[in-house]
Write a protein that binds this ligand. Structure first.
Ligand SMILES: [Zn+2]
Length: 294
């Protein structure tokens, strides 16, 4: 892939007062921006260091507030490969990224996308659970790992801003939520825990809050509930297949899935291993209790 039309960085669109997103190709990923009274915060970085640098320029064209912090919602290329374009800016990601972004497959991915893997960067601030980003005048963005789901290092960014009249609140959800299509299950997704993480996201979201997914237009919290139920249906279906002794290589064809099977194909092996590990950790936990309980 070359740095031509496919790598277009779109225009900023205002999502709520002082909160913006743009869409960066080739992956149609949402890049978020929060412009506070004294500082700006960027969410996700695009698919290459060069694209990250172009997004940084787009921030500077929109606002004269300094870009103080960049948060990556997870380690996938379209969100994290632009980190190398933000030298000198405080960068934040989940602690698992120290390992995952240094993996040989990541370097291979960079070469496939046409750039030198030495240009990749790992966030300098790695967090386990939560961080607060000061934007000036008391305005704070909360960064949180609500649990594993789409990946093992998903972060959300919550701009609740209780001080601002009429501000609805905005949550950048990364790929925990997608509105451009069904959620994507990869080999690093957690079939077992994704729906629990979305329970926490739903509980965090007040009525009226605007949720910006990793891909697609902003949505309301009802979509979080719908995707939570769909993701949970995938877990239940994997439990059923495993309980019935369906082998991994037949699972896709024999499962009754809420999405086209290609959205689940990448996770079959990981899902079997994860559910097996849980059942082994807690004997009987893989079985649903039935009445009467002895
Ligand atoms: Zn992703």
């Amino acid at each position: 892939m070359s740095e031509t039309r496919e790598w277009v960085v779109g225009e900023w669109q205002e999502v709520a007062d002082g909160v913006f997103r743009l869409v960066a190709q080739p992956a149609s990923v949402n890049i978020g921006l929060v412009v506070g009274p004294e500082a700006a915060l960027l969410i996700d970085t695009g698919s290459s260091p060069a694209q990250g640098a172009r997004i940084r320029d787009a921030v500077a064209r929109l606002t004269d507030r300094p870009l103080a912090t960049v948060v990556v919602t997870h380690d996938h290329f379209d969100h994290a490969f632009g980190l190398g374009g933000f030298a000198g800016v405080r960068t934040v990601g989940h602690e698992s990224l120290a390992e995952t972004l240094s993996a040989p497959e990541v370097a291979d991915g960079a070469r496939e996308l046409g750039f030198d893997p030495d240009l990749l960067a790992v966030p300098e601030t790695l967090i386990a659970v939560a961080d607060a980003v000061e934007l000036g005048a008391g305005r704070v963005a909360e960064v949180a790992h609500l649990g594993v789901g789409h990946s093992h290092g998903d972060l959300i960014v919550n701009i609740a801003d209780p001080g601002a009249d009429g501000f609805p609140g905005v949550i950048f959800a990364g790929d925990l939520i997608e509105s451009a299509g069904p959620p994507y299950f990869g080999p690093d997704s957690s079939v077992d825990e994704w729906s629990w993480t979305l329970d926490r996201l739903y509980n965090l979201a007040r009525p009226g809050v605007i949720i910006v997914p990793g891909h697609g237009d902003p949505v309301d919290r009802e979509l979080v509930r719908e995707q939570r139920d769909a993701v949970d249906a995938v877990r239940v279906e994997f439990e059923r297949l495993q309980a019935e002794g369906v082998p991994e290589d037949e699972a896709l064809a024999r499962g009754n899935w809420p999405f086209p099977a290609q959205h689940i194909a990448g996770v079959v092996g990981a899902a079997y291993a994860e559910l097996r590990a849980r059942a082994e950790r807690q004997p009987g936990a893989g079985d649903r209790p039935t009445l009467p309980l002895a």
